[in-house]
Design a protein around this ligand. Structure first.
Ligand SMILES: Nc1ncnc2c1ncn2[C@@H]1O[C@H](COP(=O)(O)OP(=O)(O)OP(=O)(O)O)[C@@H](O)[C@H]1O
Ligand SMILES: [Mg+2]
Length: 151
């Protein structure tokens, strides 16, 4: 599964063969994600971005049910240091719509995931961790390549 060590590398790539492996990768990347504070989650529809957020919540000890914030635009979970915020820019049409959400207020308060963060790169905070999930076929199996870095 692992090809790079996130403790020593600032970018790398994993391949997940099932949802459990995606969850293991989320747990592995947790220290790096917490250091970044804000994480842009990228990849096509159904890639597994929301699944990745759910798995991260569990790794943080958050037991609430994490659901897709496609309609609510921002959801927050947990208490104290285990705070997790989850935003989704898929349905937003302009930078000004994103700015109206006032997400900066949450940056630095635990961990903020932004699904579809690459939609408006100009307003993503600088230097944050970006994680891209790409499903592809390996023979008859659908696998997910998960790339992370500050690309
Ligand atoms: N290795 C895997 N990692 C993550 N999800 C997987 C994997 N294999 C299968 N799946 C399935 O793929 C689906 C991914 O759905 P999910 O809602 O997480 O995608 P998404 O990237 O958030 O989509 P959207 O862009 O619509 O928000 C889930 O039903 C999940 O069970
Ligand atoms: Mg999603």
């Amino acid at each position: 599964m692992a090809t790079d060590n996130p403790a020593t590398n600032h970018s790398g790539e994993y391949t997940a063969r099932n949802v459990q492996e995606t969850a293991l990768i989320a747990a592995e990347l947790l220290p790096l994600m917490l250091r970044s504070g804000v994480v842009s989650l990228e990849g096509p529809l159904g890639a597994g971005k929301t699944h990745f957020v759910k798995a991260t919540a569990l790794a943080m000890g958050i037991t609430e049910d994490v659901t897709s914030p496609t309609f609510t635009l921002l959801q927050s979970y947990g208490v104290g240091e285990s705070r997790l915020h989850h935003s989704d820019w898929y349905r937003l049409e302009s930078e000004s719509e994103v700015l109206a959400l006032g997400l900066e207020e949450y940056y630095g308060d635990g961990l903020m995931f932004i699904e579809w963060g690459d939609k408006f790169p100009s307003i993503l905070p600088q230097g944050i961790l970006r994680i891209r999930i790409e499903p592809h076929l390996e023979g008859a199996d659908e696998v997910r390549v998960i790339r992370w870095g500050n690309h």
